[in-house]
Design a protein around this ligand. Structure first.
Ligand code: ADE
Length: 243
């Protein structure tokens, strides 16, 4: 997957994404994160890319021309017509389902805004998707873009060690994940649940499923509406409701 990130702070993204799993995926050539500095497309000698808002008001607005020229440089050079995501608190809320949908693409462009925003005309001209990572206001779109890059990248085959490693986990089946334990057997007087030491795979599976259901019931009951539940799951949930 090729990411093309239009930003005023390419170093912020390049350095953060060079670590851990996204770093390894880039080294392995499974993902490529290309940062395009919008300022490189300024058309004045001061390299200015923002200006005062028409109609007055606080802050500065990113001008449409440098954003559009940055976009065009990629479109023409790579001969692609990717989905173009604008990170904004006005967008659709990001979720695992949105990440899965984006992970199908071969190329994705993400625009990071700053100041009071971007001139609406370039948004109307090139943006296909507006995405928010939650109901709060960040100082810029870079952190939000990195959330999207990270969540999408780990869904691409080969990025995680084993392909199964994301099959079981929270949200992919609308259930929270069961708790995990490793050594030591006893930590500050707290012992690992006995069933996990039993070697009895069917019992362990059953316990894990029940833990997932219980945690989801207690912490995120809203998720249960979308979960695929067996008759056994439903009976277990009923028993929790009666407690
Ligand atoms: N830019 C500023 N705040 C944001 C948010 N919550 N999500 C996406 N982009 C943003």
């Amino acid at each position: 997957m090729n990411f093309y990130i239009l930003t005023l702070f390419p170093d912020m993204i390049e350095s953060a994404m060079s670590h851990s799993i996204t770093g390894r995926a880039q080294e392995a050539g499974i993902i490529k994160i290309n940062c395009i500095n919008i300022r490189d497309f300024a058309n004045n000698k001061h390299n200015q890319v923002d200006d005062y808002p028409y109609g007055g008001g606080p802050g500065m607005v990113l001008q449409p021309q440098p954003v559009y020229d940055a976009y065009q440089s990629i479109i023409l050079k790579k001969n692609i017509k990717p989905r173009v995501i604008y990170m904004t608190p006005q967008g659709k809320i990001f979720s695992q389902a949105v990440a899965k949908d984006l992970a199908k693409e071969k190329d994705l462009m993400i625009i990071c805004g700053h100041y009071e925003g971007i001139d609406q005309r370039v948004i109307d001209e090139i943006v296909t998707d507006e995405i928010s990572i939650g109901d709060y206001i960040l100082t810029g779109g870079e952190l939000a873009a990195m959330v999207v890059i990270d969540a999408v990248s780990r869904l691409i085959p080969g990025v995680l060690g084993k392909e199964e490693s994301y099959q079981d986990e929270s949200f992919s089946n609308h259930l929270l994940e069961y708790p995990q334990y490793t050594r030591p057997l006893v930590f500050r007087n707290r012992k690992v649940p006995e069933v996990l030491l039993s070697g009895h795979h069917a019992k362990i599976e059953k316990w894990r499923r029940e833990q997932s259901l219980k945690l989801t019931f207690e912490k995120r009951p809203d998720l249960l509406e979308k979960a695929e539940l067996t008759e056994e799951d439903k009976a277990y949930l009923d028993s929790l409701r009666k407690m």
